[in-house]
Design a protein around this ligand. Sequence first.
Ligand SMILES: Nc1nc2c(ncn2[C@@H]2O[C@H](COP(=O)(O)OP(=O)(O)OP(=O)(O)O)[C@@H](O)[C@H]2O)c(=O)[nH]1
Ligand SMILES: [Mg+2]
Length: 233
Amino acid sequence: MKIVVTGPYEAGKSQMIHHITNGQCINVERRGTTIAMDHGLANVDGLNVFMFGTPGLLRFRTMRKILSEGADGIIFVVDSVDPESDARAKLFFREIAFFLPGVPCVVAANKQDLPESRPIDQLRKSLRFLAGLPVFPVSAKTGENVDSMLRTLLYLVMMQWSSVFSKFAEFSGDKKGLNKLMKDLNVEREQAVGYLRRFELRKLLEVQVGDEQFIVKDTVRPLLENPVLLMPR
Ligand SMILES: Nc1nc2c(ncn2[C@@H]2O[C@H](COP(=O)(O)OP(=O)(O)OP(=O)(O)O)[C@@H](O)[C@H]2O)c(=O)[nH]1
Ligand SMILES: [Mg+2]
């Protein structure tokens, strides 16, 4: 899965990716400020999660546009401490909603480890765009709640794709896999192949014999059939 982490300057996007990837990430930065991207890979129950962090300075919009392309899910990070970042949060939220319409999103109300952090209901009042979105009180520094947030987002992504994924699981290894996919999903060949390519890139499956057949990875198969397994226990 490709997950983009965005939000205003200094909200804690890089720190979040650092935590989620256990420090196995790169950050293109200058004096602590991301100027190009953060990137790292995480593994959640066998699911490969490719994390992309964006720069929080307004002028790097082009970079954010490129990094957002094709993302399956969004972690929107806000600063729970600094009310001055609220106006920028709104701008950034509009931007990502424009780049990725309809893509599942969770909000990380970050820096909750600090005593002056604002509680969620107060943030909801200051940031009206949060209405209707799941908001998690988290700390990218201590890692508190980050795993639950990520799992919930992945679950939402899997649910978004559930009609396709259940067919992936059903026809995995079938010699006429592609044909059956087209028929059951009622899509043209091009679109069905598009789905296979998209999720081959995300390492959910392997496409074989031209494009006719595909094999879902053993580790992810149960998740495709039953996404709720991803939810925090
Ligand atoms: N106490 C606390 N500090 C945090 C937390 N997350 C980030 N920080 C601090 O906040 C500052 C900014 O964190 P970054 O992760 O660089 O923020 P960013 O959103 O990537 O910033 P830009 O890339 O410049 O937009 C750093 O000094 C972090 O140590 C948190 O959960 N708690
Ligand atoms: Mg950063």
